[in-house]
Design a protein around this ligand. Sequence first.
Ligand code: FES
Length: 128
Amino acid sequence: MTRVTFPNVYVVVCRGPNCRARGAMPLRTRLVKLLKHDPNVRLIGYACFGQCDYGPNVAFYPPGEWYGGLSAPGDAERVVQHATDCAPLDMPLDLPETERIEHLRNIQDLVRTLARDRARPRRWWWPF
Ligand code: FES
């Protein structure tokens, strides 16, 4: 039986149109490469944090921290270091409390769904 391990930290990258236009996808691609073999950090995508003017934006869950203005070449390594060692990261975003709570709930739902799917034995899925 395969033992399923769950990550300690989730790096949540915005995949919304404004963050993508500012370079979120190269950032995500670089993060995928950097985190490929780290079982303690998992990368997930998110629709939009509502902080579009500051993108590309990334959140860390469960700490509930947001950062903006990140770029692939310069910041991906620092994002990983922040997730693994709490290394400092520039450009914290201060979300309004109601939005922050709503996004945290959504991220929590995503994480629960991922955890539930990982814990299940793999099955074939036919999309109709
Ligand atoms: S598109 Fe990324 S915060 Fe809105």
